[in-house]
Design a protein around this ligand. Structure first.
Ligand code: DC
Length: 217
């Protein structure tokens, strides 16, 4: 059997992690695991079942009866594909709240470690290099200025016909950065052995090529 390789990509929202991770996964023929989508799935379930994230008992019961999986590029929550439903700003906010809860992190990190045990994967998130896959063969920390990340997000939303202002998008990103970096449990932080990639002013292809080159070194 070929050697398993695990690639960790961490960084703040909008740095381009998932676009790049998908492209690298395709190029290398390995699985892509979007861990942010897993926190979004939990956030989505709390909203659709009207569960208060601060209600520890209700959260515990819900988590015990939750299955999250990936198949053919789809995220599956309790047997249902939820790719589109989790891509709203309301779910992003709720996911960020849920991601600060120990019970949620415990469950999702365990699942993520299992996913990275038996096959080659590229996993993106906030705590992959430091916590989920500390022994990953390759680690990257992807950043971009808050202004550029806001601009990318703003263009994405405008293309979907959503009526938002750039200032609002920037302020949401700054707030989310702050809570992801200052939460007590596994905050967003560059792993000491990760390679930092600042994607400000760089196109998708250039970043993908750079990462592939680093991996093949
Ligand atoms: O990358 P994203 O925007 O889809 O992530 C959604 C939320 O989940 C975000 O607020 C950060 C959190 N998250 C996390 O705490 N740990 C991860 N490994 C991935 C995401």
């Amino acid at each position: 059997m070929d050697k398993i390789i695990r690639i960790a990509i961490d960084g703040p929202s909008g740095a381009g992690k998932s676009t790049i991770a998908k492209a690298v996964a395709k190029e290398l023929g390995i699985d892509y695991i979007d861990t942010g989508a897993m926190y979004r799935a939990v956030g989505y379930k709390t909203i659709s079942q009207n569960i208060d994230p601060q209600d520890a008992a209700a959260m515990g019961t819900m988590l015990d009866h939750t299955e999250i999986d990936f198949s053919q590029g789809n995220i599956i929550l309790d047997g249902r594909i939820i790719n589109e439903e989790i891509r709203t700003d309301a779910i992003a906010k709720r996911a960020s709240q849920c991601s600060a809860l120990p019970a949620v992190r415990e469950k999702l990190v365990q699942l993520q470690r299992q996913m990275g045990q038996t096959k080659s994967v590229i996993m993106d998130g906030r705590d992959i290099g430091n916590n989920v896959l500390p022994d990953a063969e390759h680690k990257f920390f992807m950043t971009a200025s808050a202004e550029e990340r806001a601009q990318r997000r703003y263009e994405e939303l405008a293309a979907k016909g959503q009526n938002v202002s750039y200032e609002q998008v920037l302020s949401d990103i700054q707030q989310r950065d702050h809570s992801d970096m200052t939460r007590e449990l596994n905050p967003l932080r560059k792993a000491p052995d990760a390679t930092e990639v600042d994607t400000t002013g760089m196109g998708i292809e250039a970043v993908t090529d750079y990462i592939l080159k680093e991996i093949k070194k």
